[in-house]
Design a protein around this ligand. Sequence first.
Ligand code: ADP
Length: 542
Amino acid sequence: MRGLMMDSALTITSIMRHADSQHSGREILSVTHDNARHRYTYGDAFRRARQLASALSGLGLDSFDRVATLAWNDHRHFELYYAISCAGYVCHTVNPRLFAEQIVFIVNHAEDRCLFLDPMFVPLIEDIIDRVKGVEHFVVLSDRKHMPETSIPGALCYEELLDSGEADFEWPDLDENAASSLCYTSGTTGNPKGVLYSHRSNVLHSYASALPDTMSLSASDCVLPVVPMFHANAWGLNYSVPMVGAKFVLPGPMAADPATLVELLENEQVSIAAGVPTVWLGLLQHLENEGRTLSSLNRTLVGGAACPLSIMDEFREKHGVDTYHAWGMTETSPLGTVCAPKDGFENLGHDEQQHVRAKQGRPPYGVELKVVNDGGELQPTDGKAFGALKVRGSWIADAYYKLDESDAFDEHGWFDTGDVATIDNDGYMQITDRTKDVIKSGGEWISSIELENVAVAHPDVTEAAVIGVPHEKWTERPVLIVVPAADADLSRDTVLEFMDGKVAKWWMPDDVVFVEEIPHTATGKVSKLRLREQFHDYQLPA
Ligand code: ADP
């Protein structure tokens, strides 16, 4: 027997319609190259998205054609998210920080027909234009006055294109399972792989991410995503924030500038901000140097890489800000877990609370997790047994775009994340490593992340990374690579003494090497691949 309930399609269009009718006057502030503080409302944004959708259809696109963006977080990029997906095309966000070869691969693989780019990426496209022949239209995200000089043939001006669209464009009725958007993983090994989201997966992800134990978003919040819209959909905030009607603050090309971030956080009275740990490191350092504290921020969501406890402590103690540690990946839309406390957390002692905070957290309804050993058997949920982390759920990828086979997906519908993790009996998951970074010593595994967390807790350590190096007897041993703070007087022995007693004896790094800089990936994470290359000829001390 079928239930007798309405079957309203879960589409991004429905989020837009809701936000437009309920929160039309709510403000979006955005920083762009042509306006340091652009202000308008959701109502304005969706009106412009409609015109843009009309203009897009005038470019001769067919259903589900891919339309690429190469842009920072600003109001125009926000409009593109809605105009493209709700008009029935696929919004393909491209990460401009990738190597040119990767961008060429991605644009060609996706068969993008149209590409919208921020003016600062014009030189990047001019360099590769001969290798992305399938793109028929290039649109620069600017008004006419600020259009850069360019050799891109027929480059269009965004504001002029938008003005050419009809204000009464009718949004098509879309199937909720239709493709809405596309994002490629950064491909630290092999070519980047495309994750093709659906309207339904995005809507369900937004519902779940707004819940109190996930991002806890409400109409009275003001949200600043530092995480880029080209990286795992800015953690879904482009949909969940309008869904609840919170104010949106978009830092544009200034996201990496701590002074601008502080000014936005304070002037706009931001209550929730989201980003990777390196962003918060820079921001906290800036606040410390300026002797300032934050007045309105309640919560930061930190994910993309393990968040050191020192960041969470500083946020709480100096600024009264709670940090929610989150885990996810492009393939998981990206929300997989958030570390929100369970009942009883308040009664735990300080050390036990810290122990929980360091974990990546619990999955919301809609995501299932499991940890298995090499033989595929379920590991005990004791918070100690490591294994491969597998996930499944309504907003988890089922396959990669145009890739017939991948070992990542098994026949029971689980996706292998490539992460190594533990799960405890309260359901909290903790990432101990990426499968390819775990250090195998004497048949046992050493977690590089745990060693890094202990090392960065040293006040004179700015950044730390641990890699495994070959060892005759133990197969591999950990080496700690450290960027010392300016003017710090650190030695191998002082660092090891600091770590002594905080990790198992046999986990202690065999050596500590000081460097000026640690290489990062296009998504701002430590690039262990490049570090391993850099340390290819390194010999452990005898
Ligand atoms: P990539 O960086 O490969 O392009 P993603 O941004 O999708 O892709 O990265 C996902 C990976 O980032 C996860 O598989 C995990 O290894 C790592 N990650 C994400 N969040 C956390 C976290 N809170 N703690 C530790 N690692 C994390």
